[in-house]
Design a protein around this ligand. Structure first.
Ligand code: PEP
Ligand code: MG
Length: 812
């Protein structure tokens, strides 16, 4: 370490064995100051030029800890009590508290004390008498890639004055022997003599007067590497880490960050943030406070701050060359953003592609509790509701743990749980981090959990339905399948994905797909927006008081009702686009039928009753009509937001159910009015080929659009005259009927003759392997299938391609 100190070290600490400036250590010094402090030093030394601000400070060395232990003759005490505990003669609690008391009562040897107080005085000179410091423990065995020791040791915040500082350092040493740290070392087989603690003394950022949080340089649920996930709450950061509060959550797509014109924030979710941790008075250095209504109703960070943090996260990840878990804090008085910790992310980054498992509920059920989904698994078991980790003995293996929140004391219980449900906490709370580490599905921030879930109740915990974690009553059937991605063959035909729910989009990034072939906007509206666009564009004319109340509640905090629609829809589309950037993502404008639009909040008033909605006012016919034009304008604004503001230019537009050439012209004109002109800023516009007229006039349609996607669901319905939803006619609904196949073949060749790309996005190739083979043989350019069938479709198409010499030249 001595060699690695930088020349610009501000205090001549070269001769000092017990204290080093943070700015003089780096990642080679983990043996001396522990991973946490070494990482802070590394950033201070190397990332300053990148404007990454890390509060300065100093750290005690491992030698200081050892010297302290030896001068106070504590080695024997520690060894004796640990032995007694191991032999079952002392409880863990007894053993831990005796050792901690002994360390807390030890005296800090003169030379160590002098060095600490000297460095403290230097820091004070710079910061003024009001200096307040955080004292964080960093174990020398801490942050080893394989063991996250994270959160095992103690931190003292807002420490002021020499005596308080020395007490905090002793407390930091003692925290190596909390019950949970003793258990941790024991399970990780780390011998207590092999581990030392370094106390990091760092100038406090006044985040009690602003906010703070955690960020990850990958998506914590799926390991998707192209986003930064940021959590933010009011006050000091401990409440985010401990999961005491439900923080805001922001998701930023990394690739467009490089261009300063773009704002690639693809999600801003407001957390409840009921409490915050602020500075205390007297001996209680911090205290909890209820947040104000305004604080709860607003986001902690503004867009520009979210972007600054995302940029810093990417720079830190680049420096360490691995996914990182970072703590940040905002200084109230100056508004400046600081990084106060950075360590490697240890869960998702260790997973391999072969870990891709797929879970699905076998049938629909009514949720009894919901929160944030952690992981993507499903598990069932009996509820065991615990108030404190001390009730550990009561917890049966394989039960579903229900608790207010968890902290490291809960680790041993969580390990034995089938699933975990906590009333509080966000994606970076302790409960979330540890359940991911153990591979246990968890639902966090589930406010109603403690009230609704009763001891002994059978429940199924489902994290396989996107972002929302759901608890169902009873043990419900579900499937679990392995998706081994290592052996997927390559194909000439592009194989893309049909995606419905943006919340699930990031789950499938490991599949080697060629993009998204169909993103049905109506699903994004149903999942993400929930309100009929006309009811937002014309809120004043909404008559139903209940609907008005619902809309007012949902749109709270947005500039206007239409803005709510645009922002929410853009976030949903943006997430899908980000999940595959730069591969194409084909977003189809809304294609509900009138009966489905009517189910959206406020929809009833704007939708006619139709006897045959399937062949009624749907698709293109709505976009240029007076009854929906203003709603379509909002859809267009959302697409522009994604492409032009977020910078996700991989989004293509697709027009569904376009019956005639005249309709095609009208829709294209309408889109141009809203700033979406084919060919401008690289915009491509596709049309669904799903009505026989689309096939018959394919050459003319091809002149108006960049490509086709065959909708085999509607094409089969309209070719055979079979209502696709009719149970009675189910046996007649057959995509493999020769008439349908003939039309598909014609569509493919006419499209190619017209120079247009042609794919297919109906359900058939996902369900019928022979159909996928037929399409490949017919020379289709792309097929788009549901993610769970991707591998089998890819395999089938590869076999078909191997069996047929290409009788066509793919256009794209
Ligand atoms: C189709 O018709 O095949 C299609 C993909 O569209 P939707 O099922 O949404 O009508
Ligand atoms: Mg269709």
């Amino acid at each position: 370490m001595k060699n690695s100190r930088s020349a610009d070290s501000e205090v001549p600490t070269g001769e000092r064995p017990y204290v080093v400036l943070l700015g003089s250590v780096g990642m080679d010094d983990t043996g001396i100051v522990g991973g946490k402090n070494a990482s802070l030093g590394e950033m201070i030394r190397h990332l300053k030029e990148l404007k990454i601000a890390v509060p300065d400070g100093f750290a005690t060395t491992a030698d200081a800890y050892r010297q302290f232990i030896s001068e106070n003759h504590l080695g024997r005490v520690i060894a004796d009590h640990l032995r007694q505990w191991k032999r079952g003669r002392e409880s863990l609690e007894q053993c831990g508290s005796t050792i901690r008391r002994a360390i807390g009562g030890g005296h800090v040897p003169e030379n160590i004390r002098d060095e600490i107080l000297d460095a403290y005085a230097q820091l004070r000179r710079k910061a003024g008498r009001q200096l307040s410091v955080a004292v964080r423990s960093s174990a020398t065995a801490e942050d080893l890639p394989a063991a996250s020791f994270a959160g095992q040791l103690e931190t003292s915040l807002n420490v002021r004055g020499e005596e308080a500082l020395l007490a905090a350092v002793r407390n930091c040493f003692a925290s190596l022997f909390t019950d949970r740290a003793i258990t941790y070392c024991d399970t990780q087989k780390i011998h207590h003599t092999k581990v030392a603690v370094s106390a990091g003394i760092q100038r406090m950022v006044r985040s009690d007067r602003a906010g703070s949080g955690v960020m990850f340089t990958i998506d914590t649920e799926t390991g998707f590497p192209n986003v930064v996930l940021i959590n933010a709450a009011w006050g000091l950061g401990e409440y985010v880490v401990q999961g005491v509060t439900d923080p805001d959550e922001y998701l930023v797509s990394k690739p467009p960050l490089g261009d300063k014109h773009f704002v690639p924030i693809i999600e801003k979710r407001r957390g409840r943030k009921e409490k915050k941790l602020v500075y205390g008075k007297g001996p209680k250095t911090t205290r909890a406070m209820v947040t104000s209504r305004r604080q709860r109703d607003s986001l902690v960070l503004a867009d520009d701050e979210i972007l600054i943090l995302a940029h810093r996260a990417v720079a830190i990840e680049r420096h360490y060359r691995r996914p990182m878990d970072i703590e940040w804090a905002k200084d109230g008085p100056t508004g400046k953003l600081f990084i106060v910790q950075a360590r490697p992310e240890t869960v998702q980054s260790r997973k391999t592609a072969s870990a891709l498992k797929s879970y699905a509920m076998k049938r629909k059920a009514t949720p009894i509790v919901t929160g944030l989904a952690i992981g993507s698994a499903i598990a069932a078991g009996k509820v065991c509701r615990l108030k404190s980790a001390k009730e550990e003995a009561r917890f049966p293996n394989g039960a579903v743990l229900v608790a207010e929140k968890t902290d490291p004391d809960w680790g041993p219980i969580m390990k034995r749980a089938a699933a975990i449900v906590t009333a509080h906490g966000g994606r970076t709370s302790h409960a979330a981090i540890v359940s991911r580490e153990f591979g246990v599905p968890a639902v966090v921030g589930a406010g109603a959990a403690m009230r609704v879930l009763k001891d002994g109740m059978d429940v199924t915990v489902c994290c396989a339905q996107g972002d929302e974690g759901i608890v169902y009553e009873g043990r419900l059937p579900f499937t679990e399948s392995d998706l081994i991605t290592g052996t997927i063959p390559e194909t000439r035909t592009k194989v893309m994905l049909n995606m419905a729910d943006p919340a699930a989009a990031l789950r499938w990034w490991r599949l080697p797909s060629d993009g998204i072939g169909l993103a049905r906007m109506e699903f994004i509206i149903a999942n993400h927006v929930k309100v009929h666009p006309m009811a937002l564009a014309h809120f004043d004319s909404v008559t139903d008081p209940k609907v008005r109340r619902q809309i007012l509640a949902l749109t709270k905090g947005y500039k206007s009702k239409p803005d709510y629609f645009v922002e929410r829809l853009a976030e949903g589309v943006g997430r899908l686009a980000a999940s595959h950037y730069p591969k194409p993502v084909i977003v189809r404008m809304s294609d509900f039928k009138t009966n489905e639009y009517a189910k959206l909040i406020g929809g009833r008033q704007f939708e006619p009753d139709e006897p045959n909605p399937m062949i009624g006012w749907r698709g293109a016919s709505r976009y240029y009509s007076d009854g929906y034009r203003d709603g379509f304008a909002l859809e267009c604004r959302a697409i522009r937001t994604v492409r032009e503001r977020m910078g996700l230019t991989n989004v293509l537009i697709m027009i569904p159910f376009c019956r005639t050439l005249e309709e095609a012209d009208l829709v294209l004109k309408e889109m141009a009015r809203h700033g979406l002109r084919r060919g401008v800023r690289g915009l491509e516009v596709y049309v669904m080929c799903e009505i026989p007229s689309n096939v018959i006039l394919a050459r003319d349609f091809a002149r108006r659009f960049d490509g086709f996607s065959i909708g085999s669901n509607d094409l089969t319905q309209l070719t055979l005259g079979v209502d696709r939803d009719s149970a009675a006619l189910k046996h007649l609904f057959d995509e493999e009927n020769p008439a349908v196949k003939d039309l598909i073949r014609s569509a493919i060749s006419a499209a190619h003759r017209g120079g247009a790309h042609v794919g297919l996005c109906g359900q058939a190739p996902s369900d019928h392997p022979a159909f996928a083979r037929f399409l490949a043989e017919a020379g289709i350019d792309a097929v788009s299938v549901t993610p769970d069938s991707f591998i089998s479709v890819k395999t089938n198409i590869a076999a078909a391609e191997a069996a047929t010499a290409p009788s066509f030249v793919p256009l794209f």
